[in-house]
Ligand binder design. Structure first.
Ligand code: SF4
Length: 331
């Protein structure tokens, strides 16, 4: 029997009202996330990628109830997070944490790093003040910072060091899942890889599951076991990281990948330029939402929404013509 996933997201939908007119009535909705389903297994990393505004960060925040879902369910170890009361939700925050793109915004600038890192222990009533101080020093060392950092303030650190502090806070209560929301996007490339390596080390030690949200497929490649690609609020393809880079199947994934430079000059990849802008999520296109930018689009694509077909345990694709496209590309 296969192991129960740590997290199961089922038909998650999040619409934000658009208000207008004199009385600020609801005049429409931003379809930020529509009918999104996926699973995360214990100890694995799922990369969630797509262009800016595709809804990936909204998914991350809805998992922690930082946004309330419009519809759908999120099961963590079999329990639906969307139905939890406040008390249960607070207890769950031990098990699920989030790291944001800009740790500076989430670290209280007026508190020392020691106070910031001790906060989760205080909230969850873990340890005595002395024990908390000891745990804080251990956490700092675990993320590659000196224990003396505990007496300093967030502004005294570089962007990469602040992200390490954010990671230390996220692992303080030994969670089972961390949502990394564009966690390395603002860092220099060399610092990015240091932070990614730190996350990978922690994952191995703690059997942590990660949801790694990024707009850059190249970044996600190095950390993910599986990848889910989002376009305009929907998942269009899921696949193992290895397979998605070797043989992407959905035309949108192919276009995203073709934009990544290949370091080996002997390998050529045909560049596919994505034409046009991402359509408005207030009035998403009919049928396949990608049809306004897809070079393979047909009348069927414009009229009928493709359902995401599960090909095997890791692979799913939402495209009417993916098999035909693959056959043509292989010929
Ligand atoms: Fe392109 Fe049609 Fe496939 Fe959508 S369903 S990705 S428009 S070929």
């Amino acid at each position: 029997m296969s192991e129960q996933p740590l997290l199961s997201v089922v038909n998650l939908t999040k619409h934000f009202p658009v208000r207008g007119g004199l009385f600020l009535r609801t005049v429409g909705h931003v379809h930020a996330v529509d009918d999104v389903s996926f699973e995360v297994r214990r100890g694995e990393t799922l990369g969630l990628v797509g262009e800016s505004g595709c809804g990936k960060s909204t998914v991350g925040k809805a998992l922690l109830r930082l946004y309330e879902a419009t519809a759908g369910a999120v099961f963590f170890e079999g329990e639906d997070i969307t139905q939890m009361n406040r008390k249960r939700l607070r207890a769950l925050r031990k098990d699920i944490q989030i790291i944001f793109q800009d740790p500076f915004e989430s670290l209280n600038a007026r508190h020392t790093v020691g106070k910031i890192l001790a906060e989760p222990f205080v909230i969850h009533k873990v340890g005595t003040p002395n024990e908390r101080q000891h745990r804080v020093e251990q956490l700092l060392e675990r993320v590659g910072l000196d224990a003396s950092a505990s007496n300093r303030f967030p502004h005294e650190f570089s962007g990469g060091q602040r992200q390490r502090i954010g990671i230390a806070r996220a692992i303080a209560l030994e969670p089972k899942l961390i949502v990394c929301d564009e966690a390395v996007s603002a860092l220099d490339v060399s610092v990015q890889s240091q932070v990614i390596n730190l996350l990978l080390d922690l994952q191995r030690e703690m059997n942590l599951a990660l949801i790694f949200i990024a707009h850059d497929l190249a970044v996600v490649k190095h950390i993910s076991d599986r990848i889910a690609v989002m376009y305009l609020g929907e998942i269009v393809e899921t696949e193992t990281a290895q397979e998605i880079y070797a043989a992407p199947k959905h035309p949108y994934t192919q276009a995203l990948l073709s934009a990544i430079p290949i370091p080996d000059p002997t390998i050529r990849r045909q560049r596919q330029i994505l034409s046009g802008d991402v359509p408005s999520p207030i009035t998403p296109p009919s049928g396949c939402r990608f049809h306004t930018r897809c070079s393979h689009a047909t009348a069927t694509c414009r009229n009928r929404k493709p359902t995401r077909e599960q090909i095997d345990a890791n692979t799913s694709i939402a495209c009417h013509h993916w098999e035909q496209i693959q056959a043509e590309q292989a010929a």
